[in-house]
Ligand binder design. Structure first.
Ligand code: CTP
Ligand code: CA
Ligand code: CA
Length: 693
């Protein structure tokens, strides 16, 4: 440790030792510290958050001076603004034009994009003009994020002393308990024990009564009942040692990679995270135990993780306040009564600074998502498939980074979400276990899922498509070959069916019942798409859309629930929670985010035309019925898809062919586009690999 010693010996703050009480901490607490126990009152956590992260990435990449105002542009919006630019009053909410007016020297750097047909993302000069044909890539920032994480890990002692949790693309939590424990014992040999009478509940000797050197740290003011004249106890010393470590970590990151970050140091994750945002940029804030209450009471509780969303809104509505201060006056019984037992007691504790969640170094990516909102909507298979290709390339490159080639980690499922009007449909399929994951394999699977959406009917116009892979598992390496993957419970179930989900408006329902599910053979659709020529026609470009990467891009590193509120608090449903996985939760959240945007950009969908009296009709000879003219191309597509799937089915099974089931009939009401008939699909193991491209 290169930092100065913890005490400035020349500045004692207590004139006499006669008033000294015993330490509030015991030998047991000390040994709990070495185990990083979250219930240990000396437990010590740091949260590190990069300053204006994407903006710093661009500054480092472009080599611009540190005082140069710079913002990161995405289409016509700004998504990250460095601190020199913030001095001009710029924020994420201003447009590029406004920003340049406010700050003429501003550099606006567009994010990297995937251009249709390209193998890799790149920084394209005219990217901002190409919202319809390009897709944002956050890869450059992910790569920097990885370097920073590696630097931190390299600097800290090896696991298990080291405990680092990546909390988002630009944040980590460090549990410094075990490391600090080691330093404590070195610096204060009197702590080495044994405990008097061998009783671990005996208090520790008091620490020396010298002022602590907090160097450049921002110290949060103490609670009302406390004074700076009080002698420090071991918790203060633990914080001070942790603060030294964090200062050194930050210095290392700057020295190696030239990034500045801010940090919070406190007894738990919740407080550490609030601390890192307290003073920015390039500063660290320590929230001592004696300062927690006064620190927290200045906050709106909606700033506390897990209280920022729906749950927070509900609490605001229930108690008619958004401040911690006022909520502190509500008795626990009343919180429980109005919010349910779990949520009530969780809330009661969290606003008092109690949080026992762990820093989980094993937290790994749970899902990866690549998505795009279409404004205007897209209308053909070809268009959709071209986007799928980009999504797959995007996801695959991230999988490679995650070690999928070496079979270290492997997703089990692939999901396609499709939005049409107010309806969102999801199709899920297992990723065949017996094979190496390749771009082809994912592309085939994605196309297959799209085909299922199309066969269900009413696929167009499509306003949003997203592809994700999830259910990551550690791969089995070593003497077990890749074919040696075991198919277990859930997975085995997934192997036998593709899963269908549908949302119309707010309701999420599991649809359809088994009898209505459709049989789709994997591999069939690859022929389907293989036979069609990819057209180059782009859709009308009549609207400009803003796209936030948080809504439309990478799921990887999306902030996870780091604070583990009780299950009922997680969704903020006040007890009426649905059983959803965290992954679904994230995805749902995304959909919700886009809902507003969707309202703004909603195309005049044919649904509206349904309500009109006279709709031009055409006659489909194959179905022997009249259908609205505007459904014609979709309907033809449907027959085409259906025939091909059927053809494929016949080719791959000895069973005599059955007539195709009925195509989409007229749709009654909003979001009900399911054709009748069809059976539960049984995906065949092992997809046929076809050349594509
Ligand atoms: N980000 C984004 N959209 C959001 C929130 C964040 O694109 N709604 C991106 C930002 O571009 C940012 C990165 O995610 O660079 C990290 O976000 P955050 O830590 O919230 O902000 P910073 O830009 O890093 O700024 P700060 O210094 O305040 O942390
Ligand atoms: Ca940040
Ligand atoms: Ca952040």
């Amino acid at each position: 440790m290169s930092s100065p010693p913890p005490f400035i010996a020349s500045s004692p703050i207590t004139p006499s030792t006669t008033r000294r009480r015993k330490s509030a901490f015991t030998y047991k607490h000390l040994s709990q510290l070495s185990l990083s126990s979250t219930t240990c009152p000396l437990h010590i956590i740091a949260h590190i958050d990069l300053d204006a992260f994407y903006a710093q990435c661009e500054m480092v990449r472009l080599g611009v001076p540190t005082d140069q105002p710079l913002a990161v542009q995405q289409w016509q919006g700004l998504i990250a603004i460095n601190y020199p630019a913030r001095a001009f009053g710029l924020s994420r909410h201003v447009t590029v034009t406004e920003a340049q007016k406010l700050c003429p020297s501003l550099i606006t750097q567009h994010v990297a994009t995937w251009k249709e047909g390209d193998e890799k993302w790149a920084y394209h000069e005219d990217a901002f003009k190409n919202i319809h044909t390009h897709k944002v890539s956050l890869d450059p920032y992910r790569l920097e994020s990885r370097k920073i994480l590696a630097t931190i890990k390299e600097f800290l002692p090896a696991p298990p002393v080291q405990r680092v949790e990546k909390a988002s693309i630009d944040e980590v939590f460090l549990d410094l308990s075990a490391q600090v424990h080691g330093i404590l014992l070195e610096r204060y040999p009197e702590l080495n024990g044994p405990a008097p009478y061998d009783d671990p509940t005996e208090p520790l000797p008091r620490p020396p009564t010298t002022a602590l050197d907090w160097a450049t740290d921002a110290l949060v003011d103490l609670d009302d009942a406390e004074t700076e004249d009080d002698d420090p106890d071991w918790d203060d010393i633990v914080m001070q040692i942790a603060s030294e470590i964090v200062r050194d970590v930050r210095a290392k990151i700057y020295e190696k990679l030239k990034y500045t970050c801010s940090a919070g140091i406190s007894r738990n994750k919740m407080l550490a995270k609030l601390g890192s945002g307290h003073k920015k940029p390039n500063q660290q804030t320590v929230i001592r135990n004696r300062a927690v209450q006064q620190f927290l009471s200045g906050f709106k509780f909606t700033k506390i993780r897990n209280l920022g969303g729906k749950l927070g809104d509900e609490v605001v509505a229930a108690f008619n306040t958004d401040t911690v201060k006022e909520l502190l006056e509500v008795p626990v019984d009343q919180l429980k009564r109005q919010l349910g037992d779990d949520t009530g007691s969780w809330l009661y504790s969290i606003i008092r600074g109690e949080d026992h969640s762990e820093v989980n170094s094993r937290t790994q990516i749970k899902s990866m998502l690549s998505a795009k909102s279409f404004r205007p909507s897209i209308n053909t298979f070809e268009q959709a498939v071209r986007w799928l290709r980009i999504f797959v390339a995007d996801i695959y490159s991230r999988l490679v980074e995650e070690g999928v080639l070496e079979n270290k980690r492997r997703p089990k499922t692939i999901n396609l979400h499709h939005r049409q009007g107010a309806q969102t449909r999801s199709k899920q399929a297992p990723i065949p276990m017996g094979k190496a994951i390749s771009e082809e394999l994912l592309f085939d699977a994605a196309k297959n899922l799209l085909a299922q959406v199309v066969v269900d009917g009413r696929a167009w116009p499509c306003a949003n498509l997203s592809l994700s892979v999830g259910g990551f598992e550690d791969g089995i390496t070593g003497n077990k070959g890749i074919g040696g993957f075991l198919v277990r419970g859930e997975e085995a179930k997934a192997m036998n069916s593709t899963v269908n989900r549908e949302t119309g408006g707010d309701n999420m329902v599991d649809t359809p019942p088994p009898g209505k599910r459709r049989k789709v053979e994997e591999g069939g659709i690859t022929r389907f798409f293989g036979m069609r020529q990819e057209s180059t026609g782009a859709t009308d470009r009549e609207e400009e859309g803003m796209e936030s990467p948080y809504q439309t891009d990478a799921q990887e590193g999306v902030e996870q629930d780091a604070f583990e509120p009780p299950p009922s608090a997680q969704r903020g449903d006040m007890g009426k929670q649905k059983a959803v996985s965290e992954e679904e939760e994230e995805e749902e959240e995304e959909e919700k985010n886009e809902e507003d945007e969707h309202e703004r950009y909603r195309d005049a969908a044919p649904t509206h035309a349904l309500q009109q009296a006279s709709i031009e009709q055409y006659f489909c000879a194959r179905c022997n019925k009249s259908l609205p003219e505007y459904e014609r191309s979709e309907h033809d597509d449907w027959h085409f898809a259906k025939d091909l799937l059927e053809e494929e089915r016949q080719a791959s099974t000895p069973v005599p062919p059955r007539p195709p089931s009925k195509p989409p009939a007229q749709h009654k009401g909003k979001g009900r586009g399911r054709p009748a008939g069809g059976t539960l699909g049984r995906a065949e193991k092992g997809q046929r690999k076809l050349a594509f491209g």
